[in-house]
Write a protein that binds this ligand. Structure first.
Ligand SMILES: [Zn+2]
Length: 106
């Protein structure tokens, strides 16, 4: 069975990005932070509704056309901030749905 998401073999741009990647940081402490793979910076932004530290962004790999859903969640606490981010590979259908959803939320 074919996987739902596209993944071109040896795509230099996004091969280092797995099915789901998560990043996390607490109170801005770099040593405790989990970062998303640097390849995320090479993806093209298609649509985004991030505001006030929350929201979703639809990214596409410029090389192989794979879609990614990026979700950011930023929380403010008395002692600092906590943020978590998730990047997942999604299918073309899911990307189309997400794009509509982002447009609605803007
Ligand atoms: Zn790619």
């Amino acid at each position: 069975m074919k996987p739902k998401y596209k993944m071109k073999k040896n795509c230099l741009t996004c091969k280092s990005i797995g099915k789901t990647e998560t990043g996390y940081s607490k109170y801005g402490w770099e040593e405790d932070a989990t970062k998303l793979p640097p390849a995320v910076g090479s993806l093209s932004e298609i649509a985004s509704d991030v505001s006030g530290g929350h929201g979703d962004t639809l990214y596409q790999c410029p090389e192989c056309g794979a879609y990614f859903h990026y979700n950011l969640n930023y929380e403010y606490f008395a002692c600092g901030t906590e943020d978590s981010e998730t990047l997942s590979r999604i299918s073309d259908e899911e990307a189309a749905t997400l794009k509509q959803q982002i447009k609605k939320n803007r």
